[in-house]
Design a protein. Structure first.
Length: 159
């Protein structure tokens, strides 16, 4: 087993020193789903949710989440993100909003956590915007689809 990188000599958590890592172009794509009733999805499509345009607000929330990931996840580094995109696919069967976040940077560490955080906060924002209409929505299947760049190379999910 390789040496644990997030512990200091006293066995306590530390943020890894990435000073010597190579600067590379890095991209991560994550996805997730918010499952809901047809009536809830119809409100999203028609723009009739009382709190406003659900997808517009959720998109901005996801972008903000990626930018602030390092403040939320203790061992993540602040990164100079160069691109964040949140895309939606509305599905009637099964009834859901699919979310995909793409995050990029040129830096010394990856952007997987930023992409996953963007998807998660986007999904939570959709829930918040719609909870007056439906409280039993399900946020599911948050996952990394692919990433590129860095020492570990490329990764693509087998789904």
């Amino acid at each position: 087993m390789s040496e644990l990188t997030h512990f200091n000599e006293q066995g306590r958590a530390k943020m890894v020193d990435v000073t010597e890592k190579a600067v590379t172009h890095r991209v991560a794509v994550a996805a997730g789903e918010v499952h809901m009733a047809p009536d809830t999805l119809a409100h999203i499509k028609n723009g009739t949710m009382k709190k406003g345009d659900v997808l517009a607000v959720a998109q901005v929330a996801g972008i903000q989440a990626a930018k602030h990931n390092w403040e939320l996840i203790p061992m993540c580094h602040p990164l100079p993100l160069t691109g964040i995109d949140i895309a939606f696919h509305l599905s009637d069967d099964p009834c859901m909003v699919e979310i995909q976040a793409t995050v990029s940077c040129t830096g010394v560490t990856g952007v997987e956590m930023e992409a996953l955080t963007a998807v998660s906060v986007t999904a939570l924002t959709i829930y918040d915007m719609c909870k007056a209409v439906q409280k039993d929505m399900h946020i599911t299947n948050v996952r990394l689809l692919r990433k590129s760049g860095g020492k570990s190379g490329d990764y693509t999910s087998e789904e």
